[in-house]
Design a binder for this molecule. Sequence first.
Ligand code: CTP
Length: 222
Amino acid sequence: MNTPLAGLRIVVNAGPTFEDIDPARYLGNRSSGKMGFAIADIAARRGAEVVLVAGPVHLPSPAAVLRVDVRSAAQMHQAVMDALPCDIFIGAAAVADFTPRAALDRKLKKQPGQDVLVLELIKTRDILAEVAAHPQRPTLVVGFAAETNDVAAYARSKLERKGLDMICANQVGLPGCGFESDDNALLVIDGSGERPLGPAPKHALAASLLDLISARLRKDTA
Ligand code: CTP
């Protein structure tokens, strides 16, 4: 068997996070987790020790992967920090940027005549940026950026702002690609340039992305 990633520990996060408003309601997003699960699956098949921190998704666990299920951005942050140190971190999750200041323990009720509800949201911790700035920083930190417009420019600014080695940008809203689809297209950006991958099934894309990551790791550790 071909195991080019043997001896490496890879942490991947995947899926959405759900931020509870009250016992009946939450703020979520449309991430299916398929891209992150495909990356975890291929990395394990290539011999890596893989920890997959999964948001709330209905996907089977890839074989030979240690899966940690979480719900909220705060839980995902904790699970990722607990999984360090590692050689490569891949932040494929669609982590909520904001969360309700406090989850209510009783269902929020409409008041008579109420037409507007104002929810107070506070910023979540940026898992990816914290991993990239961590004292035990992985050798490679890879992020994702879902954008509707100015894809390369926004992704490049995230690469720099968050201190990443590589970012995989994908355009949201293209027919047949993205969140709930089995196919996707990525623009992989690092310090040496840009490389389009796909459109292709997410498993094929994950394989191509791991080829790029392996090549980059060999270059950085040569
Ligand atoms: N991310 C993270 N923790 C957060 C928010 C985002 O780790 N609290 C990670 C995602 O997993 C992804 C990358 O950051 O790898 C990009 O996420 P995104 O939300 O698109 O970027 P932001 O920096 O939040 O910018 P914006 O929402 O303005 O697009």
